[in-house]
Design a protein around this ligand. Structure first.
Ligand SMILES: Cc1cc2nc3c(=O)[nH]c(=O)nc-3n(C[C@H](O)[C@H](O)[C@H](O)COP(=O)(O)OP(=O)(O)OC[C@H]3O[C@@H](n4cnc5c(N)ncnc54)[C@H](O)[C@@H]3O)c2cc1C
Length: 484
């Protein structure tokens, strides 16, 4: 039998890659993680979930302090020190990244700092990364091998977990005008006075509210009819209302036409309702999405198929080359951390236990946007149900008529449940509201356990809590289903 250097080689040491390596090593397989980034930690820790949420929480604290009078509390004139806001975020990110570095180096598997690309279906070529200092990092694997040189590594199985990168700009003029990405926004030393945000997805909306609450004049330009287009229109409409109330300009249903630099200002022109509109600001934040980070892997040499750069994998996370698996943003279809982790675990499990394979189950798809109010759904949205022709009954309840949210002066938003019209099984839940990202987890549990609306309505809910708001749509649906 052919001998390989490793049973499993995981390419990429982010959330998906680490989960795959931990699982493979735990199953007794000789495993290596190959990480080619200049920094170790992965997107979630370094430039994704964690730094953005640290900044958004700071913005929420500031916002609450500014509105403290509502509860009879005098906070005086609220001011802030942007350098300190960023320093706290940076310190937290360093702690999280240091922890991940310790996990990767804990000795359960080999950890190599190098970029990998395929030479054939069982071999990758490793090249040492060249960090800003210019000194190539040593490849700490393989005795007697010289540092700083490309070398090959063989494995019986691979897990590709190379993540995503910012999508190319749709207009060449944007490059002439200049723009920042989410990575740059997280490293700003100084706030711009005004900012145009291109895009209306989670990343765009979270940054929009962060900057607006720190005094930046924000203009958000979205191509679709509503922001947050993966959610139902009621969710996008509610957040647009809040954003406009907080002073942002929000343009939806647009088509980008042009971008240029006018002295110190940058101008973006777009079409809306048949008219050309131009807006100017000090900076442009490009938040029009990310693409799979697969171009440099030479996947064709390993026979791994891609579609628009995305590694094609089945629900067992197996690619077109059966001994090569994939996990995380490089395969999708959702760019969400817990999905990357589950995919990594499933890939490694299926390598270790091919006779009892596990499959990805997207029935419990969760999506959360950490604006204030937060926006969340689990399972089916109305949009998805309509597209897949799944019959459902729905009921909603607003936070402006609920005891606990009135106490908190958190009156924006609603909860919504979708249920099977015959059995009452809960098919989906949405929440736009205070701590909506936490509240949705009650419905995650309910759907996981295949609960009906009747069972949810009968479940005890402590009073007065935000969570008891779910009982209203649950009762309404239970009543409807009884009488139909
Ligand atoms: C601003 C922002 C906010 C976000 N907020 C959230 C959130 O709140 N919640 C949520 O669930 N998700 C969020 N996400 C998405 C989330 O961060 C990603 O889905 C997740 O981190 C993807 O993990 P991954 O393992 O697939 O990729 P990554 O963590 O990107 O890991 C890929 C790794 O592969 C390495 N690599 C790439 N090519 C090679 C190569 N050829 N050789 C060796 N190594 C290579 C890279 O250096 C990288 O470390 C956010 C993303 C962004 C950008």
């Amino acid at each position: 039998m052919k001998r390989f250097d490793f049973d499993v080689a995981v390419i990429g040491g982010g959330s998906g890659g680490y989960a795959a390596a931990r699982t493979a090593a735990g199953a007794g397989l000789k495993t290596v993680v190959i990480e080619g980034g200049a920094e170790v930690g992965g997107l979630c820790i370094l430039r994704g979930c964690m730094p953005t949420k640290a900044l958004l929480y700071a913005a929420e604290v500031k916002h609450l302090a500014e509105h403290a009078e509502t509860w009879g509390v005098r906070a005086g004139k609220v001011s802030f020190d942007f350098a300190k806001v960023m320093a706290r975020k940076n310190a937290q990110i360093k702690d999280f990244a240091d922890y991940r570095v310790r996990q990767l180096n804990a000795g359960k598997f080999k950890f190599i700092r190098a970029s990998a690309k395929f030479l054939d279906a069982h071999t990758v070529e490793l090249t040492t990364p060249r960090p800003a200092s210019g000194h190539p990092l040593p490849i700490r694997w393989g005795e007697g091998r010289r540092e700083g040189r490309a070398r090959n590594l063989t494995a019986r199985h691979f897990v590709i977990a190379t993540g995503s990168r910012v999508a190319p700009a749709p207009l060449p003029q944007l490059h002439d005008a200049g723009f920042i990405t989410s990575d740059d926004a997280l490293a700003l030393k100084k706030l711009p006075k005004s900012l145009i945000i291109l895009g209306g997805g989670a990343i765009a909306c979270e940054f929009a509210q962060f900057f607006a609450r720190f005094g930046v004049k924000v203009t958000l330009i979205q191509r679709s009819e509503h922001i947050l287009k993966e959610f139902d229109a009621d969710a996008g409409t509610e957040i647009e209302k809040v954003f406009r109330r907080e002073g942002m300009k929000v343009f939806t249903g647009t088509k980008l036409l042009d971008a240029k630099r006018d002295g110190k200002l940058k101008t973006v022109s777009f079409e809306q309702n048949g008219k050309t509109v131009s807006v100017s600001a000090e900076e442009i934040l490009f938040a029009l999405g990310r693409i799979p980070n697969t171009a440099s892997l030479d996947l064709e040499k390993a026979g791994v198929k891609t579609e628009n750069g995305r590694v094609v994998a089945n629900n067992r996370m197996q690619t077109s080359t059966p001994h090569i698996f994939a996990a995380g943003d490089c395969t999708g279809p959702h760019e969400i951390v817990h999905i990357a982790v589950t995919q990594g675990e499933i890939a490694a499990h299926n390598i270790a236990q091919p006779k009892s394979p596990r499959k990805m189950d997207h029935r419990l798809l969760i999506s959360i946007v950490f604006t204030d109010p937060q926006v969340a759904f689990v399972g089916l949205t109305e949009k998805e149900a309509a597209a897949r022709k799944i019959p459902f009954l729905k009921a909603s309840y607003p936070f402006n008529d609920h005891g606990k949210s009135l106490i908190m002066e958190a009156k924006d938003g609603f909860v919504k449940l979708l249920a099977n019209p015959k059995t009452g099984e809960i098919l989906g839940g949405s929440c736009v509201g205070p701590v909506g990202g936490e509240l949705i987890h009650e419905i995650v549990a309910a759907i996981a356990g295949r609960m009906t609306v009747r069972e949810l309505a009968a479940m005890p809910h402590y009073h007065p809590t935000l969570a008891e708001i779910w009982t209203y749509p649950a009762e309404e649906l239970a009543e409807k289903i009884k009488t139909e």
